[in-house]
Design a protein around this ligand. Structure first.
Ligand SMILES: C[S@@+](CC[C@H](N)C(=O)[O-])C[C@H]1O[C@@H](n2cnc3c(N)ncnc32)[C@H](O)[C@@H]1O
Length: 298
């Protein structure tokens, strides 16, 4: 056990090293956060958040499943750590994932992520086998390599904000879902205090801003550079786009953040946004494809 944990710790050091090499820029604000991130991984803080998200999804969709047990599910942009893919597979569903990172590679970064996935599985109390890449596809979410009417459920966590052609993704989701199929997405919205993805990644929700950083900098002066692609979409844009293809069953803010950062001056400057939109860190949208029930025919 001690040897195993030592191996895990070394793997984490590998992640530090590799992430640093991959993303380091003269202004990378994240470097100082890596030790905290490693602690969060080992302590199960991050896997705990994933499990709570999965429970939330289950309770949101339960009443629309008509008793269907094992589902065919697509995890859109499963990520290198594959958290929802792993949780759903461990629950007995038939799960597929698509992401541009699903390439079989053997770099130091990939090895480090493999260790991190083992830690996730350990902390979530599921078999490491559930994280295996058996049904992962490398591809663009705007062109899904799956047949029509194939999935009962599509899910996506913290990824829609990175999709640069959301209408194409939503149209593809309609195609690959069977009639009555559901979509459950969690979006880290751009209008939230951490929506620029450039302030911190170890505080979810964001509580403290780094010294010298203004709240909602990404909606105001934009002093901090962005490190990842962001579509900068607002809540209404997502809702309208989903409504073009699906029946919107519900949408709500799963996690508030930054209410204490919203001064009257900032509110006046960002008067185009509601307080609700500015302080919602995680927007959940649940939609259904017309024409059937999930339990039909399988
Ligand atoms: C912040 S990560 C979230 C990953 C995962 N859902 C999670 O919760 O850990 C966003 C993911 O979206 C993927 N992504 C972004 N745009 C994509 C696209 N057009 N096609 C496929 N994957 C994409 C990235 O590769 C990345 O893995």
């Amino acid at each position: 056990m001690i040897v195993y944990l030592a191996g895990l710790a070394l793997g984490q050091l590998g992640i530090l090293f590799c992430l640093n090499k991959e993303y380091d820029t003269p202004m990378n604000p994240y470097l100082a956060e890596y030790p905290r991130y490693v602690w969060q991984l080992l302590a199960g803080v991050r896997s705990g958040m994933e499990c709570r998200g999965a429970q939330q999804r289950e309770s949101d969709i339960a009443s629309y499943l008509n008793g269907a047990g094992s589902l065919r599910i697509l995890d859109l942009a499963n990520g290198r750590l594959r958290p929802q893919y792993t949780i759903l597979r461990a629950s007995g569903h038939q799960v597929y994932g698509i992401d541009m990172v699903n390439r079989p590679r053997f770099t130091g970064t990939d090895l480090a992520y493999r260790v991190a996935r083992q830690i996730y599985a350990w902390r979530m109390g599921v078999s490491v086998q559930a994280a295996a890449a058996q049904t992962l596809v490398c591809g663009d979410v705007g062109r899904l390599p799956f047949p029509d009417n194939f999935f009962d459920l599509a899910t996506s966590v913290a990824a829609f904000e990175h999709f640069l052609d959301v209408p194409a993704v939503v149209a593809e989701l309609e195609r690959v879902l069977r009639p009555g199929g559901l979509v459950w997405v969690l979006i880290h919205t751009f209008a939230s205090p951490s929506g620029g993805h450039n302030v911190t990644f170890t505080e979810i929700p964001l509580r403290h801003l780094p010294e010298g950083v203004d709240a909602w900098d990404h909606l105001r002066k934009r002093r901090l550079p962005f490190h990842v692609p962001l579509n900068e979409w607002r809540k209404d844009q997502y809702l309208k786009t989903f409504a073009r293809h699906f029946e919107v069953l519900k949408h709500y803010c799963l996690a508030r953040e930054g209410e204490h950062l919203l001064t009257p001056e900032i509110q006046a400057e960002l008067s185009d946004y509601s307080v609700d939109e500015l302080t919602c860190g995680a927007l959940v949208i649940v939609v259904r494809k017309a024409g059937g029930k999930v339990a039909d025919g399988r």
